[in-house]
Design a protein around this ligand. Structure first.
Ligand SMILES: NC(=O)c1ccc[n+]([C@@H]2O[C@H](COP(=O)([O-])OP(=O)(O)OC[C@H]3O[C@@H](n4cnc5c(N)ncnc54)[C@H](OP(=O)(O)O)[C@@H]3O)[C@@H](O)[C@H]2O)c1
Length: 230
């Protein structure tokens, strides 16, 4: 028996989620773009219990609040909206629904975050090293630095590294996402890099989070539920 799924944001990620949804036990009941999002209602949701949201930084917060008010639990992969997390959290709490959000739904990137944290804790003890972060994405990506680079930088700082950490971004071509954290001294350079080969890993991670979310409540960051996924 499939679970009804709504796709909110029918762009590059929305199309992939639609294609892969049956593998994860979901039947796509509804799809929304900027053209029909204003019709979001119990009728247009057509029985969808879970939504996967990949839209834009400016539209995600209102979409997440509307979906909560309609009783729909949501997996949100949109980046660049976290300044609005408090009001989204309040809406999800008031509606007693669920939300999983994440700057990056790739399992590999989340393991990379853990590796960066371990490295940063070691380099923190050696003042001759300074750090940098860099990322490149396709030219249509709207936010920069990426949510993932911000998360990596936060991980470095949370691990006790407090010296220089400069961040930079490039936007070009069709690159699905490369992230790098490096440490440099007069003697040597250490580079940790994650390179996404396609967007499929992000879509599969979002669908695994959607499976996990069925029957759950509250706001969860993807990285914190990773260990519980099937
Ligand atoms: N967390 C992750 O793992 C991950 C991975 C990849 C991408 N992302 C992020 O996910 C977001 C989407 O990426 P993408 O590559 O799929 O972008 P995209 O191809 O540009 O698709 C975005 C879609 O959102 C639609 N949209 C715009 N406003 C909307 C609204 N108010 N309601 C519903 N739909 C709306 C757009 O359609 P129209 O304009 O035609 O309406 C468009 O089809 C970006 O923030 C990106 O950074 C995250």
């Amino acid at each position: 028996m499939s679970t009804g799924l709504a796709i909110v944001g029918y762009g590059k990620m929305g199309h992939l989620v639609e294609q892969l949804a049956p593998e994860y036990g979901f039947a796509v009941q509804a799809k929304f773009t900027s053209a029909n999002i204003h019709d979001l209602s119990p009728a247009s949701l057509d029985g969808a219990q879970i939504a996967v949201e990949f839209t834009t930084p400016s539209t995600a917060p209102i979409n997440l609040q509307t979906l909560a008010s309609l009783g729909v639990s949501t997996v949100c992969g949109t980046t660049g909206w976290l300044a609005h997390l408090p009001e989204v959290r309040a809406a999800v709490g008031a509606a007693n629904t669920g939300l999983v959000y994440g700057a990056n739904f790739s399992v590999g990137v989340n393991l990379f975050l853990q590796a960066v944290a371990t490295a940063a804790a070691s380099f923190a003890k050696h003042p001759e090293y300074e750090a940098w972060g860099w990322e490149i994405h396709h030219s249509a990506k709207k936010d920069a630095p990426s949510g993932t680079l911000n998360a990596l930088a936060q991980e470095v700082r949370n691990s006790g590294y407090t010296r220089t950490l400069t961040l930079s971004s490039n936007r070009a071509g069709a690159n699905p996402g490369t992230h790098e954290i490096g440490f440099d001294s007069a003697a040597d350079t250490i580079t940790l890099r994650h390179t996404a080969r396609s967007r499929e890993g992000f879509a599969r991670g979002a669908l695994r989070a959607a499976q996990w979310l069925v029957g759950k409540r509250g706001v969860h960051e993807f990285r914190n539920i990773l260990g519980d996924l099937n």
